[in-house]
Design a protein around this ligand. Structure first.
Ligand code: HEM
Length: 190
């Protein structure tokens, strides 16, 4: 596979940047989320982790909205012709599910906070409550938030394994689609 063939199939810089910002945000959220629920209640540490989690979640949510807007106006670059049909279908489903899970996990997180006494906050700044202090509803949204977050985590593992398969075994340039363009390409006449 020539570098030109790969270059013609890479995502633009803006989409690559959003992908990696969201990827880092989601990994931080999975880690802080899993850890913070085990921190003893009514401690400063728990408040700190919850506020960090909510703030990173809301920021990541903003980038997710940008990605959805970008994706609704642009097509994904072509996949290599060598990629089998089942793999294209699996990738398509995985990506569609990713979008749904990203929206739902963020919305359920925000709703969990909205129905608690503490409310959603962005680095200490209170944001609009979509609800009121209601422990039963909060618990229900927390259950859904947890369920969606862990389904998302399983799909992320599959996504990473698939990307590594392309990098190590297939070597078809699919992995490189989501990397920033290499400097040498800036010499290409454009
Ligand atoms: C991509 C976005 C997000 C991911 C992947 C994520 C992930 C997680 C995870 C893994 C947990 C722990 C679940 C458990 O095992 O008990 C959690 C809990 C929590 N998250 Fe998120 N989160 C996200 C966004 C948000 C947002 C935007 C908010 C609020 C503004 C939020 C608020 C919460 C709260 C309040 C809990 C504790 C729920 C409980 O008390 O059981 N999350 N999150």
């Amino acid at each position: 596979m020539t570098s030109e063939a790969i270059a013609s199939r890479t995502y633009p810089r803006f989409a690559v940047m959003l992908h990696w910002i969201i990827a880092i945000g989601v990994l931080v959220l999975l880690a802080t989320g899993a850890y913070m629920v085990g921190v003893p209640k009514n401690t400063a540490a728990r408040g700190l982790y919850f506020n960090l989690h909510k703030s990173v979640g809301i920021l990541t949510g903003g980038f997710i909205i940008l990605l959805i807007i970008w994706r609704s106006r642009h097509r994904a670059p072509e996949l290599p012709a060598t990629m089998p049909r089942w793999e294209r279908t699996a990738a398509g489903w995985n990506h569609t599910l990713f979008y749904l899970l990203m929206v739902f996990v963020t919305a359920f997180g925000y709703l969990t906070s909205s129905f608690s006494a503490y409310g959603p906050k962005l680095f200490g700044i209170p944001l609009p409550h979509w609800g009121w202090d209601d422990p039963a509803l909060r618990g229900r949204f927390a259950d859904w938030h947890r369920l969606v977050a862990w389904i998302f985590a399983v799909l992320i593992v599959l996504h990473i394994l698939a990307a590594l398969k392309h990098l190590v075994f297939d070597r078809d340039g699919v992995f490189q689609r989501m990397l920033p363009e290499r400097r040498s390409r800036s010499n290409d006449p454009a």
